[in-house]
Design a protein around this ligand. Sequence first.
Ligand code: DX5
Ligand code: ZN
Length: 217
Amino acid sequence: MKALIAPSLLSSNFAKLGEEALSIIEKGADWLHMDVMDGHFVNNLTIGAPVIRSLRQFIGEKPYLDCHLMVSDPLKWVDDFAKAGASMITFHLEAVTNIDTIINKIKEHNIEVGISIKPNTDVDLLIPYLDKIDMALVMTVEPGFGGQKFMQNMMPKVSKIRKLKPNLNIQVDGGLSLETIEIAARAGANVIVAGSAVFKSENPQKVISGLREITEK
Ligand code: DX5
Ligand code: ZN
């Protein structure tokens, strides 16, 4: 299956976010993964829709902004992020009571929709929604910070989704690198988020092409 490599800008230099974004696309990134944290759903605070809006203006309309909302009550922010230029909004299953309402609200904006589950969340809770979404995100670390260790024991979740949905985009996020990618790809992941592995590397281009090659193998 086609691999989509989505470097997480969380590990980039936020003081020059626009340049970092354009430069990583030039180095082969398919998507830009934007980690939105509210200091409540997770124990860290990052960026909101105003930053997405400025970034969108700077990078132009083409680059794909994959917005991963690690926030409580994501429904509240859908309009802001969609208007700011998000290409996809992924929300956390754990943060929402009426899943169908938020899926529909995201779709009303004609952008894509993803649902994410944290490591302690049962994959079976996600299954009823797989037909209604564009991507499932299986977290492979506890959300909140870059640079954590990949949780290999999340792979049965990925395999289970892949078996049910041969063509669905399945994203993995957390601890992905040239060392861990093979396990994730074998389980059936095809959308690969990598923060520190890409941005802390001397040769991001090589890391991106390596991740792609192993995922598509
Ligand atoms: C963690 C974020 C990730 C993070 C990944 O909560 O969702 O996207 O940036 O960073 P690495 O690849 O360094 O684990
Ligand atoms: Zn993320």
